[in-house]
Each structure stands twice: as C-alpha cells, then as structure tokens.
Write a protein that binds this ligand. Sequence first.
Ligand code: GAF
Length: 389
Amino acid sequence: MLENRTVSTFRSEQVNRTTEGFQREFGSFPEILVRCPARVNLIGEHTDYNDGLVLPMAIPFETLIAASPSGNNMMTITSEGFGSVKFSLEDNPMRTPGWGRFIHGMGSFMSRSQSEPLGWSGYISSTIPSGANLSSSAALEVASGTVFKSLGAMDVNLTEIALLGKRVENELIGVNSGVMDQLACALSQQGNALLLDCLSLDTSPVLIPEGTGVVIMDTGTRRELKSTSYNDRRKDCEVAASALGFSSLRDASMSDLKSLTDALLKRRAHHVVSESERVLKVVRSFAENDSATAGHLFNQSHTSLKEDFAVSSPALDRIVEIAITGPGCFGARMTGGGFAGSAVALVDRDQTNNFCDFVRDNFECPESQPAVTSTRIYPVEASAGVSIL
Ligand code: GAF
C-alpha cells in the first residue's frame, strides 16, 4: 500500500476534508493550508542529542493545518477526531493540555519577537500514526510554526522553526530530545533521505539505490517517550562525555572509550560512537549501490540499540527478527526513540509485496508487550519537508 499514486489521491482527499472541516467550524475559506510530513529514521539513533549524525527520511503521512488569522492573540483549533482547544497566546502554554500545548508552545516562543498579534483559527487533520515513533509531534510543531510564520509574515527560517520545536519538547513536554525529527520534517527533499550533522546543522540529500525500498513496520505497541527511560539515556551520554573530558560524545572515538571505567556508561557511549560511524558507512554504501552492506549496518544498529543502549523492546526485537528472514530483506532495525512503535527495513524493491505479506503473516506481538492497535506494514517513498499548499 501507499504507492505514490495512492498517496497523492489520499493527499487530495485529505486536503478537501481539512478545508471543509475549516469551513464547517469557522464559516469561511481558510487563508492558508500547510502540510508537514512524518519521518522515519533510517539510521543514526540516539545520536542527535550527542551532536552526531543521523539519516532520516520524510514519509507520505502528513499533518495538514487549514488556518486564518484571528486578528488578536486568541487561538481556536479543532483537530479531526481529537476535539477542540482554545487559548490565548498571552497565557502560559503549560496550562494547555494535550496536543494543544505543542501549538501553544510554538506560538508563545514565536510571538516573543513580534509586536503584532499572531493568533489564528485552525482545523487540523493528520494521517500520521501517533505514538509509532514516526514524529507526529514534530510534524505538528513544524506545521504550526509554519502557519505562525506565514500568517505573521515573520522573518524566521525552517531551521529556526525546527529548533523552536525542539524547545517545545524540551521545555514544555519534558522530553530532552535532539533536533532530528523537526529538521527532517522541515528540510527533507522529495526522493531523498537527509544526512544531518546535529552539531553544525548541515544537511545533504542522500539517494537510496533505485532498486531498494524502505518499509515501515508498526508493531502497534505504544509508549510516550516522556514515560520511558529516554531522558535517562541522554543523561548517561552526558555523564560519559564529561568523564572523557568532552562536551559531547561527538568528539569521542572508539579508542577514547577504553578509559571509561563505568561498564554501563561504556556500553552507552559505545552505541553512540559506533552508530555515528554506521551512518557514514550507510551513506557510502548507498552511493556505491550496495544495499547488502547498508542492510548489515541496519542489523548491527539494532543489536547495538538493544544490547548497549537498551532502548529496544520485546515487540521491536520480534518484528526485526522476523523481518530479517523475509524475502528480499537487506536488513532491519527499530526506528526512533524506541521502547515501542515501529521498525524499518531495507528491501529489494521487486520483493516488497512478498516481504510485507511475510511480515504480516508471521509477526505477532509477544505476550510481554501486547499491541494496542493493529500491526501495519507500509512501503514508503521519500517525500518533501513542510510546505504551503
Ligand atoms: C526521538 C527524539 F525526538 C529524537 O530527537 C531522537 O533522539 C530519536 O528519538 C532517537 O534517535 O525521536
């Protein structure tokens, strides 16, 4: 499913639904319609907040926002299937619960540099599965940031919007994330993965070999990152870097790690240093049309995330174990923060349908981590970052 043809039909249906939803709620045509994609991370996991390298790719699941200015600082937003919120940008965003806080946070941060009122009325629809580690919250931050920028005619670029999205996560949501998700949602280019240096914030497009496809496998298990050990892993990395005398693990090499005396910190740091190396090796393999090597690196990444970094889960391990025995599979790994959600596989394009059927027929969540929604397998193409339609 989700071939290009299906995706564009899907997009136009979603555009109509969102525009009609806005008209129903607010009685007029929206002034702006913004779309923002989700992302899947191909490799470079838990490296972004260590100033390392990552290789995400925007995917054709999208959040759409139809909006018009309110003329003051009031915000009234309805999200298809998730109710409505109303708040003033002068209020503290911590008083807005649920999904509204992501938007309120973006508005609060962006309105600080603005004397004109920035409020708007909006209608949101999204096809991004939430809690699947595919960045539904980053897409909401980047989409709403783009609405604020555009309706307020603000002089702010997409990288700045992405960094504000990260601030929302860190300061208002309680997840000490890096900036990979927001930058992937903002800056990705159609048909390419995005190599991102999280220290310099330099980006470059990376082509995946033509005969190789990307398949997302959503186990249907869910866990909010703020309720996991995500922040503890970040702390471990900071302690390891400082024990080595570095400001981040970006500066550490494999031989530096020998001087770490704490075994647990050594394993955490080993994952981070080896994972950044794997990102570069995957980029090189793609350039050499060598998906077999890229696939091995995916497998190694999963083992490292499971054993050294301890962020995998029974369901993610199970689906990866099955995927790597599937027809045409070059390699597979958990993707995103971990603990639940999705894995990603690199697959021979000609075998994609057989691969998807194989995983569907053979995967079942282990009893120790039951699914809360159905398992879904999606072949995906690389799509473009946020845009105004
Ligand atoms: C989550 C975070 F939001 C990202 O910043 C990143 O750390 C990722 O987990 C793990 O690579 O998606």
